[in-house]
Design a binder for this molecule. Structure first.
Ligand code: SF4
Length: 519
């Protein structure tokens, strides 16, 4: 099995069991089908998610621990048509099946508050919290780096991966060379035209041309321009490094400003503050006890991507369902027929992120649009209660055309699927795009409604989006559920029946919970 050092890594290696969602192949290889990647894994290797691995022809999968545990209102997942106002015990593990390639070769110097340091020397000085034959993560919170805002922010993690593929060589005037993977994003501006200051934005290394000027922040709050000599494409096979930076999520490399790492363990184990609680061993019975203690009616596999830890979720749900808990998934929707069949007897509620309607954007994240659309259709056909969320990011997925396509697709599956369009706040994930404005969010909700979706919600801006955070009867217009953010102010449809016209509102209501308890 892959080598893992450190107490956390030891725990992760110990807390495994043989998976159910795979097939054995000749030469001790295995095929995993827990998510849409369908990894073919040779002995001694792990899958794209890094948490499922082939041990001498047996696929071992995570089991018996949580990396995050919290009680939230079900509205926070968000489910708006499922036992409104109920508490949900949410648990997560580690790992994600989407990835991003944002890395530099050894020897790359970054600017810390103590002067220039190479990324590999920062990595070598830290304690590994996760390590396999090819990848590792160390924590270096004591080191501050300079960010695009010209200030110091601490490093949350340093990541080393093995990378084989094209490498961009970016050569600056004056002789500096930066070598980065093609997707790594740099802050640039265009050359000024007729004295008009051009905007600054991030572009991937592979898209940088001499028409752009790289930007380096100065202590006075401005930027110094670094002009390009040329760029070349090399091939590379070896270790690459990146870091995650607190708050600003950028750092400086040889005078250029770059985005920090957004890879799998960052996104789940380190970036989410809820996931920073120590990873702890726990049994399904203990999770059920915790749910009862906190008055939760719902139990949710979330925080990491639940599909890749489905065996653990189902083992928890086998105990949770007889105890009267409603089981749910909060997922990126990279599903397979096998995994949906596997979880269907246990999972009642399923939330999918529809991040974009452009395959290129999904491929940048390590998935495909087709797979997510297939999963949405399959979930609906198989009778899961499904709600879909789109984080509306200015300049990324907020064009009229793309929002219309998303809405039309959902209508083609079912006009009754609730669609949550939620506001992006830039400090959370990126430094490039602006926050989603109230007007832009309402416009997205109006597009969904105009295209025929009967339940559209505008989220993340409590009290500012008018009618779009409430549930209305699509037939007679009665206000059914009034909300402020995640709080329920009024609910007249505990069983889902509109008091105005008797319409049975689609969802998972008290009567459905009672039927489930009897089943
Ligand atoms: S869960 Fe997905 S990414 Fe992980 S090993 Fe299986 S198929 Fe690969």
């Amino acid at each position: 099995m892959p080598s893992r050092a450190s107490p956390l890594a030891d725990l992760l290696a110990r807390r495994t069991r043989e998976g159910d969602l795979y097939e054995k192949l000749p030469d001790q290889r295995v095929r995993c089908f827990a998510c849409g990647h369908r990894c073919l894994i040779p002995p001694g290797q792990d899958g794209i998610c890094r948490v499922r691995f082939n041990e001498a022809g047996t696929l071992m999968v995570p089991h018996g621990y949580v990396g995050a545990l919290q009680v939230d209102p079900v509205e926070k997942k968000p489910f708006f048509h499922a036992l409104p106002g109920s508490a949900a015990l949410s648990f997560g593990m580690l790992g994600c099946d989407y990835h991003c390639g944002y890395c530099f070769v050894p020897g790359t110097e970054i600017i810390t508050s103590g002067g220039p340091r190479t990324l590999d020397s920062l990595f070598d000085g830290g304690d590994p919290i996760y390590e396999t034959a090819t990848d590792a993560v160390v924590l270096r919170p004591e080191v501050d780096v300079m960010t695009h805002r010209g200030r110091a922010r601490s490093i949350k993690g340093v990541f080393r991966h093995h990378y084989r593929g094209p490498l961009m060589s970016i050569n600056l005037v004056g002789g500096t060379e930066i070598r980065a993977t093609p997707d790594h994003e740099f802050l640039v501006t265009a050359r000024a035209a007729r004295g008009v200051p051009p905007p600054s934005f991030f572009v991937p290394a592979s898209a940088i041309t001499p028409e752009y000027v790289l930007l380096e922040p100065t202590s006075g709050g401005g930027f110094r321009k670094r002009h390009l000599e040329d760029t070349r494409v090399l091939s590379y096979d070896g270790p690459v490094y990146n870091i995650e930076v607190e708050e600003d999520r950028t750092y400086l490399v040889h005078g250029a400003t770059v985005h920090n790492c957004q890879n799998w363990i960052t996104s789940q184990a380190l970036r989410d503050p809820r996931a920073q609680a120590p990873t702890q061993e726990v049994s399904p019975d203990e999770l059920v006890r915790q749910a009862r203690r906190h008055g939760a009616r719902i139990i949710t596999s979330t925080y990491n991507e639940p599909l890749i830890t489905s065996e653990w979720a189902v083992d928890v749900f086998r105990k949770a369902r007889p105890a009267g808990l409603v089981c749910s998934y909060v997922s990126n929707g990279n599903g397979t027929p096998e995994v949906l069949d596997y979880i269907r007897p246990w999972v009642s509620l399923y939330k999918v992120d529809l991040k974009s309607f452009r395959d290129r954007q999904y491929r940048d994240l390590g998935g495909t649009l087709d797979r997510v659309l297939w999963t949405i259709r399959a979930l609906h056909q198989q009778g899961f209660w499904l709600e879909v969320v789109t984080l509306v990011i200015p300049g990324f997925n907020d064009s009229e055309a793309e929002l219309v396509e998303m809405a039309q697709f959902l209508v083609s599956v079912s006009p009754d699927i609730p669609w949550h369009v939620t506001a992006f706040h830039k400090d959370y994930k990126m430094t490039g795009p602006d926050d989603t404005s109230v007007q832009a969010l309402i416009r997205a909700a109006e597009i969904g409604s105009r295209e025929g979706l009967r339940f559209v919600y505008a989220g993340n801006l409590p009290g500012r989006v008018g009618r779009w955070e409430h549930t209305w009867c699509p037939d007679c217009g009665t206000l059914l559920i009034e909300r402020y953010g995640f709080r329920i102010l009024k609910n007249v449809i505990p069983d889902g029946d509109c008091p105005g016209c008797g319409l049975r509102v689609p969802g998972f209501w008290e009567r459905d919970a009672a039927a489930l308890a009897r089943a």
